[in-house]
Design a protein around this ligand. Structure first.
Ligand code: HEM
Ligand code: HEM
Length: 184
């Protein structure tokens, strides 16, 4: 299995977790577990980065505008990297605010009946899942989650329109050679 195949498996796992987390956003515990799954996937990706392989480095997410001209703008890597940068930042913000709101209750690290600050009612306790009300942290979390999905839609649309062979490879539709132009 080549590195590109492994990246594809990681990518599919992350994408499925993010989509499911978004779809279950109003459900409660399932959402929180899926959110922790996203956090674990991100942690794995950061540790994987430390192997030093250029295909896994942070520069994949850092837009470079060198050589960008009006004539080549749509095919230039600047757009796809800018979108990846946006995904990385909004994913980080969504996950961190989600974990801060949960305060370890889902993992059993804190007493589930004691509310995390975002959910505390008058006596500092939590009345249950129905109490997932929106404090400023909840608002920020929701905004970042929605922003993330917006950028993902742009990411998918752009790649399908302008880097179709690579996009189809990531969707398990095309074979490995299809992805060659971007990475070995
Ligand atoms: C929730 C959904 C998705 C998320 C969160 C997501 C996120 C990401 C991330 C983080 C990367 C960088 C991968 C890495 O280096 O580890 C990436 C790359 C990529 N994604 Fe997605 N993605 C999603 C859906 C999709 C879909 C549906 C497609 C297919 C059209 C796709 C096509 C690609 C391609 C082709 C790359 C490589 C881009 C390049 O090398 O320039 N993604 N995606
Ligand atoms: C990519 C990951 C995630 C996405 C896309 C996401 C998305 C969302 C969205 C859109 C909402 C608003 C639901 C609504 O009221 O309409 C929400 C709420 C919530 N999320 Fe997440 N979330 C993610 C990760 C997490 C994580 C890691 C946790 C914590 C373990 C978490 C905990 C919560 C909680 C407690 C709420 C209710 C807060 C409120 O309604 O203000 N989320 N999430």
């Amino acid at each position: 299995m080549t590195l590109l195949h492994r990246i594809r498996i990681f990518h599919a796992t992350l994408a499925v977790l993010v989509v499911l987390a978004y779809l279950t956003a109003e459900v409660g515990a399932i959402h929180d577990w899926l959110g922790y799954g996203v956090a674990l996937a991100m942690l794995f990706r950061l540790v994987w980065m430390t192997t030093g392989l250029p295909q896994l480095g942070l520069q994949r997410f850092y837009p470079s505008f060198q050589g960008l001209r009006l004539g080549n703008a749509l095919a230039h890597p600047a757009i796809s990297k800018t979108l990846l940068f946006g995904i990385a930042l909004s994913l980080l913000a969504t996950t961190l605010t989600g974990i801060a709101m949960d305060g370890g209750r889902t993992l059993g690290l804190a007493d589930a009946t004691i509310a995390a600050p975002a959910f505390a009612n008058g006596d500092g306790r939590n009345d249950g899942e129905s109490d997932r009300e929106e404090g400023p942290l909840g608002e920020l979390h929701e905004t970042m989650g929605n922003l993330l999905i917006l950028i993902v839609v742009l990411h998918v649309s752009y790649l399908l329109l302008f880097k179709r062979p690579l996009a189809l490879f990531m969707l398990f539709v095309a074979k490995a050679n299809a992805g060659k132009p971007a990475r070995k």
